[in-house]
Design a binder for this molecule. Structure first.
Ligand SMILES: Nc1nc2c(c(=O)[nH]1)N[C@H]1C(S)=C(S)[C@@H](COP(=O)(O)O)O[C@H]1N2
Ligand SMILES: [Mo]
Length: 217
């Protein structure tokens, strides 16, 4: 299992320790209206890579996305079917819990609202569980998944996402810390109950709002 291999990496152990120590917590609160930069964050111009250290190779010929759970019409999309869906180009800021933020990222892909419209969410669908090709998992409430600038992104700044940043396709949910934005997305499951993912079971906050510094649980 990917979990067994990866949960012992150096970065994973360091980040689990930060959670235990409450590292980077400022205790300040701020709000998007007052400052664009959430408390305890600093701006970067580059785009750091953070993951479990397993980068699944891109193969568009065999790529698949499953959308399962409490939906009227479960879907399995291949690459062509995914790219044939209506496309969006939201611009958003990235806020990583390790304290870097990056402004004005122009994504291209299928909005999370469009994806939800394709399958039809049942009223009991309150949570989203995300499963990735490297064994990573994360979770969030449906309301957070469905924000206006939520996107299943295949491109960044006009070019296909590189594999290190989650290509061929990753989620971007910009108003939460970036660990919620699963790279190499394989399956999206809508469910009635919550199910904490990889970092959420290793000391990180279940929700992850940068504006109220929901870094750790
Ligand atoms: N599949 C997968 N998605 C993931 C991760 C991961 O390890 N695997 N790491 C998360 C974390 S902790 C962060 S900060 C961002 C980093 O995205 P980036 O490498 O494109 O900056 O991806 C998130 N999505
Ligand atoms: Mo992260």
């Amino acid at each position: 299992m990917a979990d067994d291999v990866t949960s012992d990496s150096k970065l994973t152990r360091t980040k689990a320790r930060w959670a235990a120590e409450g590292r980077f917590i400022t205790g300040r609160a701020s709000h998007p209206e007052e400052s664009r930069l959430p408390p305890g964050q600093h701006l970067v111009k580059n785009w750091p890579v953070l993951d479990l250290g397993i980068e699944p190779p891109i193969n568009l010929a065999t790529w698949k996305l499953d959308v399962t759970g409490l939906v009227d019409k479960p879907l399995t999309l291949d690459w062509n079917a995914f790219m044939a869906l209506p496309q969006s180009e939201p611009v958003s800021d990235i806020h990583c819990v390790t304290t870097w933020s990056r402004y004005d990222n122009r994504w291209a892909g299928v909005s999370t609202q469009q994806l939800a419209a394709q399958v039809g969410l049942q009223p009991e669908a309150q949570f989203v569980h995300l499963f990735s090709n490297d064994g990573y998992t994360t979770n969030l409430p449906v309301a957070d998944f469905l924000v206006d600038d939520g996107v299943l992104a295949h491109s960044w700044e006009g070019a296909p996402l590189t594999v290190e940043h989650g290509g061929p396709m990753r989620l971007v949910v910009p108003h939460l810390y970036f660990w919620k934005s699963a790279k190499w997305l394989r399956r999206i499951e809508f469910a009635a109950t919550d199910q904490p993912g990889f970092w959420e079971t290793r000391g990180y906050h279940n929700h992850g709002d940068p504006w109220s510094e929901q870094r750790y649980s």
